[in-house]
Design a protein around this ligand. Structure first.
Ligand code: XIL
Length: 363
């Protein structure tokens, strides 16, 4: 009798608590019903890309990497190159003078090793990610040179020999082709670009060193500016190995394929490797139903892969994320805009199948 009473009391007290907890966890994450990673049929992207001799990769954001097992599963299954989306940025890795925090990076590198993926270094010099202590220090030119050199030596030196490709200078050119006005240009002068590449080479002589930028898919004023910059580096014997075209695209601003191909050719002729480094493609600005826009997106991804496979030296196709569940575009435009190749539930989108098709056929 007594035990029945205790049981009734426990049910009476515990059930409302469980209900409350359940409601709370749904509220704290209202758009995220649990999803199971979907199996895809046939070869993975990474096995097909490997047969073509190119890398296929994605930016990896620390939060889903830590919290979402499906994210990690699809990442390891489909990609052989991992790019830390933010973890290597100056303000994240070097937030206070002389102090570095490599915890996020080390976790990503360990995962990559376990799954036989390459890690791509990104970025050493980028105007957008400079911690406050740098401008607030009112440092003179020599001090700024010392800060940048120490940063590059420390960040690259720690992983010497392990990171085959590094983005050394990112987004240093304006739309009109001139050098962007950044804290590094103002404090050091245009020679900061040469210095960064030389220090990077000293820090890890085996790493391939890249310049990267956006809106340089076609031959235009901006890509002319990048072309001038890197050809002068080559002429001066500065160690630069490649150019990364970011490829943040939308259906209304897809590159002309002829111009893109010619652009690849002229950089290749300088002896430089080419890569698409941050591909994503918004569909909101396109015409037609959602299905039609997804089909156009698929065709466009396919076209870009085709340009890469046909180029003399295009060594990797890298995307800025892989699931619409997590994309930086949502923070930029306030909408998800479905820019990536898996949907929010990790189902492969038409773009995924299109890429597989082009990788399988080889052209
Ligand atoms: C973006 C990240 O995706 C965001 O999470 C972050 O808030 C800002 O930076 N060009 C680059 C990338 O080279 O490093 C940027 O990444 C996107 C544009």
């Amino acid at each position: 009798m007594k035990s029945r009473l205790i049981l009734a009391l426990a049910v009476f007290l515990l059930v409302p608590i469980f209900i409350l907890l359940g409601v709370r966890s749904t509220l704290s994450n209202p758009t995220s019903p649990p999803v199971a990673a979907v199996e895809t049929s046939g070869d993975s992207l990474r096995s097909l890309a490997q047969k073509q001799g190119i890398g296929i990769g994605t930016a990896v954001d620390t939060a889903p990497f830590k919290n979402d097992p499906n994210y990690r599963e699809v990442l390891a299954r489909e990609f052989n190159v991992l790019i830390p989306e933010n973890a290597w940025k100056f303000e994240v890795v070097h937030p206070t003078p002389g102090e570095y925090d490599f915890t996020q990076i080390d976790a990503l590198i360990e995962f990559a090793k376990e799954h036989k993926m390459q890690v791509r270094g990104h970025p050493l010099v980028w105007h957008y990610s400079v911690p406050k202590w740098v401008p607030q220090g009112n440092f003179n030119r020599d001090q700024m040179i010392a800060i940048l050199r120490e940063h590059i030596y420390t960040v690259m030196g720690r992983y010497r020999g392990q990171i085959p490709v590094w983005d050394v200078v990112n987004e240093a050119i304006n739309r009109d082709g001139s050098l962007r006005d950044t804290i590094w240009l103002r404090s050091i002068g245009p020679e900061y670009v040469d210095m960064a590449f030389r220090w990077a080479h000293e820090a890890d002589p085996q790493a391939k060193l890249f310049y990267g930028d956006y809106m340089i898919e076609e031959i235009n004023h901006k890509s002319d500016g990048v072309y001038n910059l890197v050809s002068q580096l080559v002429q001066r014997g500065v160690p630069v190995d490649g150019v990364g075209i970011q490829g943040h695209l939308g259906l209304s601003c897809l590159p002309n394929l002829d111009s893109l191909t010619k652009n690849f050719e002229r950089f290749n002729q300088l002896g430089l490797d080419m890569q698409f480094t941050e591909l994503d493609m918004k569909i909101q600005d396109g015409q037609g139903s959602r299905e039609e826009r997804l089909a156009k997106q698929a065709q466009a991804y396919k076209d870009l892969f085709q340009v890469c496979l046909r180029a003399k030296k295009c060594t990797a196709m890298l995307m800025w994320g892989f699931t619409d569940r997590y994309t930086w575009i949502a923070n930029v435009t306030g909408e998800v805009e479905a820019p990536l190749i898996f949907d929010e539930s990790y189902r492969p989108k038409p773009a995924y199948d299109a890429i597989k098709e082009v990788l399988a056929s080889g052209s």
